[in-house]
Design a protein around this ligand. Structure first.
Ligand SMILES: Nc1nc2c(ncn2[C@@H]2O[C@H](COP(=O)(O)OP(=O)(O)OP(=O)(O)O)[C@@H](O)[C@H]2O)c(=O)[nH]1
Ligand SMILES: [K+]
Ligand SMILES: [Mg+2]
Length: 470
């Protein structure tokens, strides 16, 4: 109870500050062609007037870019000749009055304008993510769109950009909202059963049968949606590719070639790599994390033992495995042949030293490829194989289906909860009070995804990830 009260207070505290007018540099720090300072809140227009030499100068027309000299409000010193644009509420990013100043991207100009804004009463610097928070509060975005925006800002590759933009468009949220509305209608029927069930048996029964059918259908849709192979989450977090193999096979050499830098130590001493060494890659537009691991073998060295443990853990978490084998050994060593599975690409290394001998175990692998880290032979075809494997992971993702990819564990959890409540409902649909409660819980679970209910905790975490000015 106390926690709930604290939360409510914190939440209302957050709401009350939103009457302030806030400002921030919304473009990146440092020298640039243009720097954008954004002002949002009831005093935004007034701020613009305070920054003019003649404070009675009329405001520019809405959404029209005009050249405007920016002066310090008290000293009247000229700070920059800027471009100003007004976005009157509610047609703005935050839903409040917004003024954007497009300044020359010079540090002293930006500093001067921010200092000038600080002089204006009832105007204060924005917190990280505060513009977006206001957009959410003013129903300009739902929670999934806010998360999509966070993903877009963090995106490193084209595929991630595409997925984030899709989530921002709101179409994913719309599907969940439709599901929620369907369940709300079902619950209305279920509640009507509680109230009138005894008197109007015939009428309600027929109607109620269709409710049960609807719930069954919806449960099927959600279960299908959940069985997406976690592709949306993988796309957001990156495809995990592990380099595995016996000591001295040339794993670190391969990592360095693919990373195009000396990320890991290479030496002729077996057991060189102990920690996992990771490098991010962009393969065919998809984000990949490539991990080099310790050579797998029996050892008395306790540090190397820990390295081998970490290598096995990395293998378990990997979506794609590169098993590096030194072709000088007659066959694939026993210690590593057990590692081959359907997601393994066998990489026969040091082909400059010996001719390639394939052992039968290789048949279970996804692909086999012969390379030399020394001469560079075969690296291009390995890259091609890898790119193909990565693209294949997302091949079922045509544009239409992408709208229904789950991008966060949070969404998955609420959908799983929803499945549990709907399954419970279907176990006792005619025990009206219980059944209505199950539906209520299912509605609540879906509502949490788009941020209809219980949003404050998620927002606190989410906005911490945003930069100031967004
Ligand atoms: N001739 C030749 N030597 C190679 C090739 N690839 C790697 N080496 C050499 O093999 C030795 C081991 O290479 P590493 O990359 O350190 O092997 P590793 O698998 O990371 O070894 P650990 O970390 O100890 O498990 C080094 O001396 C490399 O220079 C290759 O294609 N041809
Ligand atoms: K080595
Ligand atoms: Mg190594």
């Amino acid at each position: 109870m106390v926690r709930m009260l604290q939360r409510t207070l914190r939440w209302s505290g957050r709401r009350s500050v939103s009457t302030d007018t806030i400002y921030a540099l919304s473009s990146a720090e440092g020298r640039a062609g243009v720097a954008v300072v954004r002002i949002s809140g009831p005093q935004a227009n007034w701020c613009l007037m305070q920054l003019s030499k003649d404070k009675k100068k009329p405001l520019p027309k809405p959404r029209m870019a005009v050249v405007r000299d920016i002066h310090h409000p008290t000293s009247r010193e000229l700070l920059d000749s800027a471009m100003a644009i007004r976005f009157p509420q509610p047609k703005s990013f935050t839903g409040e009055d917004v003024v954007e100043l497009h300044l020359h991207g010079s540090r002293p100009v930006v500093k001067g304008v921010l200092q000038a804004l600080a002089e204006i009463p009832s105007c204060r610097p924005a917190e990280a993510g505060e513009f977006t928070e206001r957009a959410f509060e003013n129903h300009k975005m739902d929670l999934m769109q806010v998360e999509g925006l966070a993903d877009l800002l963090n995106a490193e590759t084209e595929a991630q950009r595409k997925q984030a933009l899709h989530q921002i468009s709101g179409s994913v949220g719309q599907v969940y909202e439709e599901w929620r509305m369907t369940l709300i209608r079902c619950m209305a029927h279920a509640e009507a059963m509680i109230d009138f069930g005894d008197d109007e048996d015939d009428v309600t029964d027929a109607a109620y049968d269709s409710v049960i059918l609807k719930v069954q259908e919806l449960l099927g849709s959600i279960q299908k949606h959940l069985a997406d192979g976690r592709r949306g989450e993988i796309l957001r977090n990156g495809v995990q590719v592990a380099i595995l193999g016996a000591p001295n096979a040339g794993k670190s050499s391969l990592l360095n070639i693919l990373a195009q830098r000396d990320a890991a130590i290479v030496s002729p001493i077996a057991g060189t790599t102990r920690d996992i060494v990771q490098v991010p890659l962009n393969l065919a537009g998809y984000p990949v994390t490539l991990s080099d691991t310790a050579g797998i073998r029996e050892t008395d060295d306790i540090i190397e033992q820990e390295g081998v443990l970490r290598a096995h853990k990395c293998r378990e978490e990997a979506h794609i495995k590169l098993l590096v084998v030194d072709v000088q050994g007659s066959n694939i060593k026993e210690s590593v042949e057990t590692l081959i599975d359907q997601n393994t690409i066998v990489v026969l290394n040091k082909s400059d030293l010996a001719s390639v001998q394939l052992s039968s175990e290789v048949k279970n692998a996804k692909a086999v490829c012969s390379i030399s880290c020394q001469s560079g032979i075969g690296i291009d075809s390995l890259l091609e194989i890898l790119q193909r494997q990565v693209s294949e992971m997302f091949s079922h993702v045509n544009d239409e289906a992408q709208g229904l990819l789950i991008t966060r564990e949070r969404h998955r959890k609420h959908l799983n909860d929803c499945v549990i409540h709907l399954s419970n409902f279907l176990e006792h649909p005619h025990q009206s009070e219980l059944a209505a409660e199950d539906l209520r819980r299912a509605i609540h679970s879906i509502g949490r995804i788009v941020g209809r209910v219980d949003v404050e905790d998620i927002l606190d975490v989410l906005f911490k990830d945003f930069c100031i000015g967004k």
